[in-house]
Ligand binder design. Structure first.
Ligand code: M6R
Length: 623
């Protein structure tokens, strides 16, 4: 998703800005740009190509200076095209351009997020003589700041912000103030990087790795004024209606550069699938026993005060939450509901203060999940916990309790190791809640811990199935549709398998609880329809076998990942890959792995851009 980097320095900051964008590339983007204050004016390079091309373009155009901003754009308003790429320049009555020259005003701006009242502002600014060169919602902010500017950029930005409705992070500089960048956030992440005699902003500390490790996590509503060797943070005091100074802690952050080597792998997704045994082992590293305190100080008191769980998440994280519902209800005996964050945030639900609100997120920056969390809290549900892969993220900072998964940086847009480590975190949460509620004896605790610790070895054995999955993927690559079936605990795994296949191979895939097939989707089954089935040897196996018969009777092709002792054998129309071992309650963590491999190899066979699938972004920081 969109990324911002900005700097005020004495040295040429273009290579730093471009390197910062490269570190944010994994989030997904469709155009990029950089603008600097050079020779008394605004200069920029923009491209719909890769960030590496942007550097070449900037070099060729001689773009180099100490003050600048840069951006990767993921299109929301207006097509992915150069004229819509950021940075945007103001252009209007104050531009002072010679006749015939490109309309270049005095304000340069980059923006993440969505401005909801852009139509209204556009009409107003057009009436004032501003000229729009893009279809973006962003351009209105540049013009608005230009309109309000009277010699002090900070003052103009502070006047403009209350007029914006929506979510944003912005960074802006002005032709008339060569050593100044002003940045602000409201709903989209932004950090300040403090250097020696120079200062930076970025949408993620990772973008500044190697430049500075002194990071301030700006809070909602913060405005930061960056100059050479000094910065000043302010925010609107709603009682006085004025902006006043605020102090924020500077943290030493050893951000991962994100530039992980691919090693022997073709794509980050493949690498990340194969990293799962280590990621799971790392996530379990500090766990010596089950205790609420694994989730933070005060967790015991919180767990005692709640008698319901509400899980909020999006995408793959929603499916890990959906899996955990089965665990939480059957092991911890606690009623659990799981909500898609983008729906929950607007739903008129019935709040219960004795609820533990659990958010799940790889990035910790997903706008819908953060908004859903705030919505739950605003409704009086104060007990919040997150399962998150990024310790410094907004989600962790917003929640009372946290379990940090240690999957390491996940670069591929398709989430893999984040999912399995989330499941580990959620299983630990289940056990801790079960213990607090008197449903976990010592023998059960020891058994579950033993199974958790064996997971890395068990996942490794599943990864060895890759050659068999590759053989299937060649068949799948020729299909345009696929169905996924699972039951109980493995229904969310079928959903996750379908999501993986559709997002990277662009094959239309849907998942159903197998018992639901006869209520509609069976009409889709023909010899052309591959039906992937997750078949663990659990209490629902015989029911699942009946559902498989319904598919076979209609000529459907079954592709079954079956536990060894299920007695499901390959025959015509029935293809079976045998899972190495049955894994009881933790079986979803094993069964999802071949589905990840199937999606990955099918996408490779179709030649798609596996790590950066079309239209998608890694970290979805807009609504
Ligand atoms: O960072 P998050 O876990 O909050 O992200 C949620 C979804 O955007 C994410 O899981 C998405 O569905 C993935 N691309 C799935 O592979």
């Amino acid at each position: 998703m969109c990324g911002i980097v900005g700097a005020v320095s004495q040295r040429n900051i273009v290579p730093i800005l471009v390197e910062g964008l490269k570190r944010l590339e994994y989030r997904g983007y469709d155009s990029c740009g950089v603008a600097v204050h050079q020779d008394g004016g605004l200069r920029r390079a923009r491209s719909t190509s890769r960030v590496a091309e942007l550097q070449a373009q900037a070099d060729q155009d001689g773009i180099a200076a100490g003050t600048g901003i840069a951006h990767t754009r993921w299109a929301t308003h207006g097509a992915p095209a150069v004229h819509n790429a950021h940075p945007h320049f103001s252009a209007g009555p104050n531009s002072g351009n010679p006749a015939g020259a490109e309309a270049v005003g005095r304000i340069a701006l980059v923006h993440n997020g969505i401005i909801e009242n852009h139509d209204e502002l556009r009409a107003e600014l057009k009436a004032r003589g501003y000229v729009f060169a893009s279809q973006t919602d962003t351009e209105v902010i540049a013009h608005l700041i230009d309109h309000l500017y009277s010699g002090d950029l900070l003052d103009a930005v502070q006047q403009a912000l209350p007029r914006l409705k929506g979510a944003y992070a912005v960074a802006v500089f002005c032709r008339d103030e060569p050593h100044r960048v002003v940045a602000a956030r409201e709903g989209s992440p932004l950090v300040l990087g403090v250097g020696e005699g120079e200062n930076f902003v970025a949408s993620d500390a990772m973008a500044l790795a190697g430049v500075t490790d002194q990071i301030v996590y700006l809070e909602e509503g913060d405005v930061v004024d960056l100059q050479l060797g000094r910065y000043w943070i302010s925010r609107l005091d709603t009682t006085t209606g004025r902006f006043g100074a605020v102090q924020r802690e500077v943290k030493t952050v050893h951000a991962h550069s994100g530039a992980a080597e691919l090693g022997p792998y073709r794509h980050y997704m493949q690498k990340e699938i194969f990293e799962q045994p280590v990621a799971i082992a790392n996530t379990l590293d500090a766990v010596t026993g089950i205790s609420p305190e694994l989730f933070g100080d005060g967790a015991y008191r919180v767990f005692k005060e709640v008698d319901k769980v509400l899980i909020l998440a999006c995408g793959t994280s929603y499916y890990s939450g959906s899996t955990a519902k089965y665990w939480l209800e059957s092991i911890a005996r606690i009623p659990t509901s799981v909500e898609i964050a983008s729906e929950y945030r607007y739903r008129d639900s019935v709040p219960d203060p004795r609820t533990l609100v659990v958010t799940i997120s790889q990035s910790g920056e997903t706008a819908d999940t953060i908004a859903a969390l705030k919505h739950a809290r605003a409704q009086g549900m104060k007990h919040t916990l997150t399962i998150c892969n990024v310790a410094t993220s907004a989600m962790v900072r917003e929640c009372e309790l946290a379990y940090i998964t240690r999957a390491g940086a996940e670069i591929g847009v398709a989430s893999t190791k984040a999912f399995t480590t989330q499941l580990v975190g959620l299983f630990l949460l289940t056990l801790a809640l079960a213990q607090t509620r008197g449903h976990l004896g010592e023998a059960d605790e020891a058994r579950h811990l033993k199974n958790l610790r064996h997971l890395p070895v068990a996942v490794q054995a599943v990864l060895a199935l890759e050659p068999q999955v590759i053989a299937w993927s060649e068949e799948f690559a020729r299909k345009e549709n696929a169905l996924f079936l699972g039951r109980g605990l493995h229904y969310p795994i079928a959903l996750e398998g379908a999501l993986k296949l559709k997002e990277i191979s662009y094959i239309h895939a849907e998942a159903y609880p197998a018992g639901e097939l006869k209520h509609g989707p069976l009409a889709l089954v023909t010899a052309e329809m591959p039906v992937v089935t997750v078949a663990p040897n659990d209490a629902l196996l015989e029911k699942l076998k009946s559902n498989m018969q319904e598919v076979r009777a209609r000529g459907g092709q079954l592709y079954v990942f079956a536990d060894g002792d299920t007695a499901i054998e390959s025959e015509v129309g029935l293809h079976v890959i045998r899972m190495p071992e049955h894994y009881g309650a933790l079986s979803p963590i094993l069964h999802v792995v071949p589905l990840q491999l199937l999606a990955y190899h099918t996408a490779c066979a179709r030649g798609t851009d596996v790590d950066k699938p079309r239209n998608l972004a890694k970290s979805v920081t807009v609504e």
